[in-house]
Write a protein that binds this ligand. Structure first.
Ligand code: AMP
Length: 280
């Protein structure tokens, strides 16, 4: 496994990989790796000669300084997991490598209605930060393919829009959400839940399934309210439960408005903010 912290060193190495005919697959992460991240790595390895995994806790996407501070950092274990997953290249840049003083002002993207709802509404500035860091990382790695999880569905839509706006020659691949046996979506933030909290948190996946199973019986608004109630009963504090058009992320009033739908949830538990979604 090749490990880089310097942008220029990584760039030079990847030039030699391309010259050797290896396609580059890229998996950006914020570390505290789990089986969800490793699924992205495996997907990239199936499709590319060289998989690059970056670990960078991006300060510009945290709207809450306490969340940034509390974000788990487990570099030693992360590298061990990546080694076990046969990841070819790791990239662990310093903040100055990603945001050099001379390169601070990134382009402004127009996401239209995509970043006004759900995560965009509750975490002001979050997606501007995500787009900024992914733009910068793509500029450095210049991958053939970029792998992102369905777990962060709205983030995926934002990055797809950014790639379109810039006309970047990169293939964006969505990898399904990896869950524990109890249905809880794996997340770096789960380590901050108590054992009891981890059990309570499974109410999220149950509420998502409840909506999927009842969508022929009730309109979206009613199902959202029922799911919120279930989450509250389980001791969670839902921030939103939204049934939306998977392309535009705009709320649906009726299921027959679109071909498909997605339900997205954010809820607080024990001071931890959890998100999940399910295509309906
Ligand atoms: P993060 O480290 O949280 O920024 O996530 C890095 C990438 O891993 C993002 O593309 C996430 O969507 C993806 N990811 C996180 N958790 C999961 C999961 N449980 N299943 C699949 N992908 C995930």
């Amino acid at each position: 496994m090749y490990q880089f912290r310097q942008v220029e060193h990584l760039r030079r190495f990847l030039d030699s990989e391309r010259a050797a005919g290896r396609s580059i697959g890229f998996v950006p992460t914020m570390g505290a790796l789990h089986a969800g991240h490793l699924a992205l790595i495996e997907h990239s390895e199936m499709e590319n000669g060289c998989t690059v995994c970056s670990i960078f806790v991006n300060p510009t996407q945290f709207n809450d300084p306490a969340d940034l501070e509390k974000y788990p950092r487990t570099e030693g274990t992360d590298l061990y997991l990546l080694y076990g997953a046969n990841c070819r290249v790791t990239f662990l840049p310093e903040v100055e490598g990603i945001y050099p003083p001379e390169n601070l002002a990134g382009p402004d993207f127009q996401f239209g209605a995509l970043d006004k709802v759900m995560e965009g509404a509750f975490r002001p500035g979050h997606f501007a930060g995500v787009a900024q860091v992914v733009r910068r990382l793509l500029d450095i790695v210049e991958p053939d393919a970029l792998y992102m999880g369905q777990k962060d569905y709205q983030q995926f839509c934002i990055i797809r829009s950014m790639i379109d706006q810039l006309g970047l020659p990169v293939r964006l691949v969505m990898v399904p959400t990896v869950r524990g046996n109890d249905g809880l979506a794996l997340s770096s933030r789960n380590v901050r839940l108590s054992p009891e909290g981890k059990i309570r948190a499974t109410a999220i996946f149950r509420a998502l399934n409840f909506i999927r199973d009842r969508k022929s019986e009730y309109p979206p608004g009613r199902l959202e309210a029922m799911a919120r109630e279930q989450l509250e009963q389980a001791g969670l504090r839902p921030e939103y439960v939204k049934i939306t058009d998977p392309k535009t992320l705009q709320p649906l009033e009726r299921f027959d408005e679109t071909e498909s739908a997605i339900v997205c949830v954010a809820a607080w538990l024990e001071g931890v903010r959890l998100i999940d979604n399910l295509l309906l």
